[in-house]
Design a protein around this ligand. Structure first.
Ligand SMILES: Nc1ncnc2c1ncn2[C@@H]1O[C@H](COP(=O)(O)OP(=O)(O)OP(=O)(O)O)[C@@H](O)[C@H]1O
Ligand SMILES: [Mg+2]
Length: 220
């Protein structure tokens, strides 16, 4: 069973001038299998983020079906959908979106609070510490995001996305704000976690070199 499956999905947006709606995603069908890695590439404005948002159930299509872990997401209540998203998906964005007033450890443990049945908060803290150590942030647990470098913040955001052991990691230009060396390190890290944690990875990127490292590329 694919983790996420799009069947003839179409997404339009209203034109700024109130004219005809613009079709951004046009009857697209796509399966993402367990543990695979997929790059999404294409020119600016072609709909990469829109597609990622549809896969992540952050946006709804005009027509077509999005199936997440075997469940038609249109048939779920908001509450059911939020629970499914919290359990199965991890998101990484171009900017880290860490909470400035919380420590690194507090930031990455936060999504675990959305899953009260996933064991004690203490277990999430232990997993967070292990993962933070794995990405080289073991000595930064008590720091605030402002005390980290850009690459370190983005690694913390990766750990936050993984804390609930998702089936699928959705990353929208996660290296967009990093220099080449840090960008390459982050992609290596994502692919390492893809292999070791078995989490499927869908990454939007402008970098052909990054796309080549992924198992498959979707050109929009
Ligand atoms: N909420 C919205 N309302 C209206 N138009 C939108 C909305 N979101 C996206 N669009 C339009 O849909 C198109 C695709 O946007 P999207 O953000 O998916 O592009 P993208 O491929 O991610 O681009 P980039 O590489 O610049 O991030 C763009 O033309 C954009 O203006
Ligand atoms: Mg985008």
């Amino acid at each position: 069973m694919p983790i996420v499956s799009l069947d003839s999905v179409t997404k339009t947006f209203p034109d700024a001038e109130g004219g005809a709606r613009r079709t951004v995603i046009d009857s697209l069908s796509l399966d993402v299998a367990e543990g695979e890695s997929l790059a999404i590439v294409g020119p600016s404005g072609c709909g990469k983020s829109t597609l990622l948002n549809l896969m992540g159930t952050l946006d709804t299509p005009d027509s077509g079906t999005v199936t997440l872990c075997g469940r038609d997401v249109a048939k779920l209540t908001d509450r059911e959908l939020a629970a499914l998203r919290a359990a199965e998906l991890g998101f990484i964005f171009q900017l880290h979106h860490l909470l400035p007033q919380a420590t690194v450890l507090e930031n990455v443990v936060l999504p675990a609070l959305a899953l009260p049945d996933r064991g004690a908060p203490a277990a999430a803290r232990e997993r967070a510490k292990d993962l933070l150590a794995k990405v080289g942030l073991g000595d930064h647990l008590a720091k605030r995001p402002a005390q980290l470098s850009g690459g370190e913040r983005q690694r913390a955001a990766v750990v936050r996305a993984l804390i609930n052991e998702p089936s699928l990691l959705l990353a929208d230009e996660p290296t967009g704000a990093l220099d080449q060396t840090r960008a390459a390190e982050l992609v290596d890290l994502l692919l390492q976690l893809n292999r070791e944690e078995g989490v499927a990875l869908v990454m939007v990127t402008h970098d052909p070199g990054q796309a080549e490292q992924m198992g498959r590329t979707l050109q929009l």
